[in-house]
Ligand binder design. Structure first.
Ligand SMILES: Cc1cc2nc3c(=O)[nH]c(=O)nc-3n(C[C@H](O)[C@H](O)[C@H](O)COP(=O)(O)OP(=O)(O)OC[C@H]3O[C@@H](n4cnc5c(N)ncnc54)[C@H](O)[C@@H]3O)c2cc1C
Length: 390
């Protein structure tokens, strides 16, 4: 419900001129004048002072737009924190919040959850969708421009960087001096019957986020997966659950030996080898059991559980970073997470910064994503200033 409501709201907000406006040369001129008075805005003043593109254009296409100082791609806690900081530094960020990019509504993964209990300072009853709505309002209030479009193509080979929104790949690109990538990651799901109905009503992709909620307390729970994440999530859940079943599709764990030993020794954990869930069943409101299948014998069984936690991995949203040859234009690790210089948001391409889950395979929390969005904005601001000196 919340998901649909947010999506509808975004669609409406996309009609608002303020969320779609592109700075005209006149307003940019005014801004540059204002920025000359603001010491922290020197980087923007530099960017605006640069001449318009000398690219040749055909008569069918409008002239290239003046490069933006910074474009933020993605609209979760990382993207909005970066936008708020960049806007407050008068860098006039333009955020592409996406439109169901990676299967997630603008606002990111938190739009798919309900109560958010671990956001510092969050009032009682704060929900993920509400937090992201407030973040969006704050970004706009601070001066960010938000476009409800997904970036589908990017060229990081030359500066200013070039970006194309989905459906506009043949048009003039958006140009940006710097880019903050905050496109998040999408939890893999099994798409079994009943999953949609009981998503966030017993089924979750985040034990750390949801494990402590009352519906799971002193109840039997199940975790799917055989890697380190599954082992960690299962051990975490033993704090609340009466029992934790770990469903492993093969006859061994992929987890490291230490994690596997801890898991197998835990008195509350039972590992069900060669087992996958094939259907989620409930009472119409909450999950109550799973239909399971033996991957070898194909025999089906039933498992009474009040919670099902997916720990089968995440897919970082980086497809748009691929060049024509299908290779990413900046360094990513074996699972597609953007590699950043430790302790910073710097990527392998100068002027491109990454924040949030798209570069974090370890923590993947709203507050860590927001913290890294702050780092990306500060790194970006400093980098733009350093360009001015050259
Ligand atoms: C069900 C669930 C419950 C959770 N509960 C909690 C919790 O209680 N507490 C907690 O701290 N964390 C929780 N988390 C984790 C938290 O949501 C994430 O860690 C956090 O949202 C990551 O933020 P992010 O900004 O990196 O990216 P995301 O939130 O993933 O947002 C990225 C956004 O960028 C958009 N995007 C992607 N590609 C593009 C593109 N090419 N162009 C434009 N836009 C694009 C996406 O559509 C998305 O809207 C939960 C996660 C899930 C799935």
């Amino acid at each position: 419900m919340a998901f649909a409501a947010l999506a509808a709201r975004r669609l409406l907000s996309a009609q608002l001129p303020s969320s779609l406006s592109v700075p005209s040369p006149a307003s940019s001129f005014l801004l540059s004048a204002v920025n000359r008075l603001a010491p922290r805005a020197s980087a923007l003043a530099l960017v605006l002072a640069k001449p318009f593109s000398t690219e040749t254009t055909t008569t069918e296409k409008p002239p290239a737009q003046q490069p933006y100082p910074c474009v933020v791609i993605g609209s979760g806690p990382a993207g909005h924190t970066a936008s708020i900081y960049l806007a407050r530094a008068n860098l006039q960020p333009v955020m592409f919040e996406g439109w169901m990019a990676g299967g997630v509504a603008p606002g990111g993964q938190l739009t798919t959850t309900t109560e958010l209990e671990n956001w510092p300072g969050g009032e009682k009853g704060l929900t993920g969708p509400k937090l992201m709505e407030v973040c969006r309002e704050q970004s706009l209030r601070c001066g960010a421009e938000i476009r409800t479009e997904t970036i589908s193509k990017i060229d990081l080979s030359v500066r200013p960087f070039k970006l194309w929104p989905e459906g506009k790949e043949d048009e003039q690109p958006i140009r940006a001096q710097s880019v903050v990538i905050a496109t998040g990651a999408t939890a893999k799901r099994l798409r079994i019957p009943g999953e949609e109905q009981y998503w966030q009503a017993g089924i979750s992709a985040c034990a750390v986020c949801d494990g402590a909620v009352p519906i799971f307390r002193k109840k039997p729970l199940a975790v799917i997966g055989g890697g380190d994440s599954a082992a960690e999530e299962a051990i975490f859940l033993t704090k609340y659950a009466s029992k934790v079943y770990v469903l492993v599709r093969r006859d061994k764990l992929r987890a490291s030996k230490t994690m596997a030993d801890r898991l197998m020794r835990h008195p509350k954990v039972e590992i069900l080898w060669n087992t996958v869930p094939v259907e989620a069943k409930g009472d119409g409101k909450l999950l109550k059991s799973l239909v399971t299948e033996d991957t070898v014998t194909k025999k089906q069984g039933s498992l009474d559980v009040n919670g099902l936690f997916y720990a089968v991995g995440h897919v970082p949203n980086v497809g748009f970073l691929n060049s024509a040859d299908g290779k990413p234009q900046l360094k990513v690790d074996a699972d597609g997470y953007i590699v950043t210089t430790p302790g910073s948001s710097l990527t392998s391409v100068e002027g491109v910064f990454a924040a949030g889950d798209v570069q974090d395979r370890t923590y993947r929390q709203a507050v860590t994503a927001a913290g890294s969005g702050c780092k990306a904005a500060l790194d970006c601001e400093r980098w733009l200033e350093s360009q001015e000196k050259h």
